[in-house]
Design a protein around this ligand. Structure first.
Ligand SMILES: [Zn+2]
Length: 463
């Protein structure tokens, strides 16, 4: 991707409407009460830069914990992160999630793996003046998707490697992009501020969560615990663009019947696979219709709200006409649409197919909603968008201009958006997420650490 240098950024880390800053005269890198915004910014960014190797070490440590959904490592990584945040001076709240209670709630967002136990975690760096309403929550998921076929990787997915790729120093491993780099950036940015004696007025909270990849259990539990802030940042891999909106995504299962017979007399049976072809043609038509006019924030995507079949199972013998096909898929929900309305549209489509075919009228295709049920989410908070944009310009002056748009995937953003302003901004290209040789450029990790530190400085305000 071509990079365009933008105009020299205005170096300003503090909103002039906010309370005046007083820099304590302490043994720190910020030792004068007269430090200007530019001096503070320079000092903080230098402190962040000095943390880069520590950040890479920490990332390697987290990549080595294969925290796939439902694994023991998913529980382990929350304990490891709790210890790290505690040693960085955070007050740590680590708790076992009440899974029977959470999963029985009517608005529970879904879960696609089995969990015996799971942990919530929120770490707070208490602000000196919490009453000012300057608190910030950083929410990032610590779970990763499975590595898939290990042969499709050029090395062990859970041993981080550092290599030159396409002329950039790159870190490879499952979770480097999605999204342990974002988590590391959030932790190390706080560490850098601490190293130069910055004290924040507002509370800075970092909440690593589990279960994002299969529905949002961790963030759902976080919200039910009443964790809230004046703003929230999710350092998901946005390639350092700014994403204030997510499309929704619903997981579904279709059971498509047929009538079995010997393949040599196939015209006397009815193939479930041929019935699937009927269904699939209608699904493609539905997808086209639903994407004919989309919100301008989504117009960059060829298909903003994809309807995609992910798995198909049919038949049990090569020379038998199959009597059942089970297909599972993922169905996009538009910005401004409810999941209920989107479900109704797919249900109507299936009803129409059933009504259009004599066999299916008697043996209807059934549709089941299961697993992750992601409502779309839109934040639209101008302050948070401007803050992130300004911080990005100062933190990564050589990078192309930050763009603002909606993402076609569902994420924890939609669980947070009803409670506080929230945006996604983080390192890594989402194309690399969930893929073999998942990677992050070291330069992008550093840019996000720098931007995050400036966001902390400005939003939480220093005293
Ligand atoms: Zn993610």
């Amino acid at each position: 991707m071509a990079e365009t240098r933008h105009d020299a950024p205005e170096v300003s880390a503090v909103d002039s409407d906010r309370p005046p800053r007083v820099i304590p005269d302490q043994q720190s890198g910020l030792s004068t009460t007269n430090a200007t915004d530019a001096e503070i910014t320079t000092t903080v960014l230098a402190a962040v830069d000095r943390q880069l190797e520590h950040a890479i070490d920490l990332l390697g440590h987290l990549i080595a914990i294969p925290s796939t959904g439902g694994s023991e490592a998913e529980a382990e990584i929350q304990h490891v992160l709790a210890e790290i945040l505690f040693s960085d001076g955070f007050d740590v709240d680590l708790w076992a999630l009440d899974l029977p209670d959470l999963t029985s709630q009517p608005d529970f967002p879904g879960m696609e793996v089995t969990r015996r136990e799971a942990f919530g975690l929120v770490a707070v760096l208490p602000g000196i003046a919490p009453e000012l309403g300057l608190s910030l929550l950083v929410n990032g998921h610590a779970d990763v998707v499975p590595a898939g076929d290990p042969n499709s990787w050029s090395g062990d997915p859970f041993t981080m490697r550092r290599e030159e790729r396409e002329g950039r120093e790159t870190l490879l491993g499952r979770g480097t992009c999605d999204m342990k780099s974002g988590l590391v950036a959030s932790i190390v940015a706080a560490r850098a501020l601490n190293s130069v004696g910055v004290k924040l007025a507002g509370d800075l909270m970092i909440a690593p969560v589990i279960g994002e990849e299969d529905g949002g259990l961790g963030t759902y539990a976080l919200m039910r615990r009443g964790i809230t802030a004046d703003a929230c940042l999710i350092p998901e891999p946005t390639d350092l663009d700014l994403i204030p909106a997510n499309a929704g995504a619903l997981t579904f299962r279709l059971r498509i019947p047929g009538r079995a017979t010997h393949a040599s007399r196939r015209t006397e049976g009815i193939s479930a696979i041929e019935n699937f072809n009927l269904v699939n043609a209608a699904l493609v038509e539905l997808e086209t219709r639903r994407n004919s006019a989309v919100d301008p924030m989504m117009s960059r995507w060829p298909i903003a709200y994809p309807l995609s079949i992910g798995t198909i199972q049919a038949g049990d013998w090569a020379s038998t006409v199959p009597d059942l096909l089970i297909a599972e898929g993922r169905y996009g929900v538009a910005l401004g649409e409810t999941a209920a309305d989107a479900r109704a549209e797919l249900e109507t489509t299936i009803d129409e197919i059933n009504a259009s075919d004599a066999f299916l009228r008697a043996h209807p295709v059934t549709l089941e909603w299961w697993g992750g049920q992601f409502e779309p989410g839109v934040s639209g908070d101008d302050y948070l968008i401007d803050l992130t944009r300004r911080s990005h310009f100062v933190a990564a002056p050589n990078r192309r201009r930050l763009e603002v748009y909606g993402a076609p995937y569902g994420s924890d953003l939609r669980l947070i958006a009803p409670h506080m302003p929230v945006v996604q901004y983080g390192p890594g290209d989402a194309r690399s997420a969930h893929s073999p040789d998942e990677s992050i450029a070291v330069a992008d990790l550093l840019s996000s650490m720098r931007a995050m530190a400036l966001i902390y400085l400005e939003h939480c305000h220093i005293v």
